[in-house]
Write a protein that binds this ligand. Structure first.
Ligand code: ATP
Ligand code: MG
Length: 431
């Protein structure tokens, strides 16, 4: 039988997984610095969570969801994004009862039924955050800064923040009227999806990938930015002033709208020239109420991790060069079958004092074991043969210098931990 992985999924193998671990580590570190704590929600939810939380007029809900009926006949969906589940959990666990804002972050797989291509998979990964309980603008700027900071700490350069305001329930109806007025004569030129969006949520046409944005141009359809109410104008100026204060450069892109239905005011993307979008976010002041909670404002972003890693590889020009496994502290070599159990005991002791230690498991001769130690980039070899076992010692060879000593076997682990710690300290000082 020859079984392959499902289309649009990938196996992240040793050699590449180190990049992922690094991105995850950096993200966690930066989130912690800004006062965020992790939340882990289920990978599947009742389908309504996404229908309500992402929005009926979005591409995600209309055509990208992995939805199925479980054995009890309920409709469940693999999460296509992180926000809806986090808000559902925020409401369900009454996190709004606590003082201050809730600052939550997540890292994990997301699922969308899309046409797979470079940087677009059916199972992909995002890290992101949500802040609940403040309507900004200080928090808007902070979340944008955080979005960029996670990426620059991962080593990405030349990122651009594109910023827009998509208005609020006060100014959007007015904008919608003006947009409809301009677009009605051009309705026939819109794709099927956008024609049906026209009445429900014409703003989404700006995000269409089938040429409808060009129709908007021809029709002279106004952007929301030009129709903002006074409160939204003030909010946007506040966000800009805070971004300037934080030293986060940005450009205004009045055509930017984001994929979800419930965005209000601030929307942004982090892009890289010639590459596209790495991540983005927005404010959603009505989403918590939409999911059955109190009227709490929120804001958040998501970063596509495949894209962040791809961009870093492009910038480093290393085209997926595999990372080497970190070397061993000690390789335990068995020179005689009588040393088998003492060697197993020593290996266990080495690992328990915190050293990275390994051995051969395939019955190699001593010479081949040293070759293996070399391939594993071991710093020391600890050799146990008949003579060592009878005398209660172990021969320790420094594989860099070739120097050789004997240590009492029951003190060897502690002694090696001491010298290994010392020389790694020296190496750090030299670096
Ligand atoms: P796109 O316009 O590329 O379809 P989107 O607006 O659907 O993106 P969001 O829902 O905003 O994307 O998700 C945030 C980020 O997640 C994107 O900027 C991108 O980096 C990443 N992303 C989205 N869909 C995929 C996918 N199918 N495979 C890999 N990464 C993805
Ligand atoms: Mg998409």
């Amino acid at each position: 039988m020859h079984v392959q992985r499902p289309r649009g999924t990938s196996d992240i193998l040793p050699g590449s997984v180190e990049r992922w671990q690094e991105l995850e580590r950096v993200a966690r570190e930066v989130f912690a610095r800004y006062g965020y704590r992790e939340i882990r929600t289920p990978v599947f939810e009742h389908t309504e969570v996404f229908e309500r939380g992402v929005g009926e007029t979005t591409d995600i809900v209309q055509k990208e969801m992995y939805t199925f009926t479980d054995r009890a006949g309920r409709s469940v969906t693999l999460r296509p994004e992180g926000t809806a589940g986090v808000i559902r959990a925020f409401v369900e666990n009454k996190l709004y009862g606590q003082t201050g804002v809730a600052k939550l972050y997540y890292i994990g797989p997301m699922f969308r039924y899309e046409k797979p291509q470079k940087g677009r998979e059916r199972q992909f990964h995002q890290y992101g955050c949500e802040v609940l309980g403040s309507d900004g603008p200080a928090i808007d700027a902070e979340v944008i800064a955080l979005n960029v900071d996670t990426l620059t700490n991962f080593g990405l350069r030349g990122l651009v923040v594109e910023l827009n305001s998509v208005g609020c329930p006060d100014c959007r109806p007015r904008h919608r009227e003006r947009m409809l007025e301009a677009l009605r004569p051009y309705a026939a030129e819109l794709c099927d999806d956008c024609r049906s969006r026209l009445e429900k949520n014409p703003l989404r046409i700006f995000d269409c990938k089938r040429g409808c944005p060009a129709v908007l141009e021809r029709a002279g359809a106004p952007t929301v930015l030009k129709s903002l109410c006074e409160a939204c104008e003030t909010h946007l100026s506040g966000v800009r002033a805070h971004l300037d204060a934080l030293g986060v450069p940005y450009v205004i892109n009045e055509r930017l709208v984001r994929g979800l239905d419930y965005y209000t005011r601030t929307a942004w993307e982090v892009t890289s020239a010639g590459f596209g979008t790495v991540g983005g976010g927005g404010r959603y002041n009505r989403l918590v109420a939409e999911l059955g909670g109190p009227d709490v404002p929120g804001i958040g972003f998501a970063v596509g991790m495949e894209r962040a890693i791809l961009l870093r590889q492009e910038q480093a020009g290393q085209d997926g060069a595999a990372d080497r496994q970190a070397g061993l502290d000690v390789f335990v070599a068995v020179a005689d079958s009588s040393a088998e159990l003492p060697a197993a005991r020593l290996l266990q002791a080495l690992r328990q004092v915190g050293l990275v230690a390994d051995r051969d498991y395939q019955g190699r001769g001593l010479k081949a074991q040293f070759k293996l130690a070399d391939r594993m980039r071991a710093r020391y070899a600890a050799v146990l043969g008949e003579s060592e076992v009878t005398r209660g010692v172990v021969t320790v060879k420094d594989l860099t210098t070739g120097a050789q000593t004997e240590l009492p076997v029951d003190r060897a682990a502690a002694e090696l931990a001491r010298v290994a710690g010392q020389s790694s300290g020296e190496r750090k000082e030299q670096a």
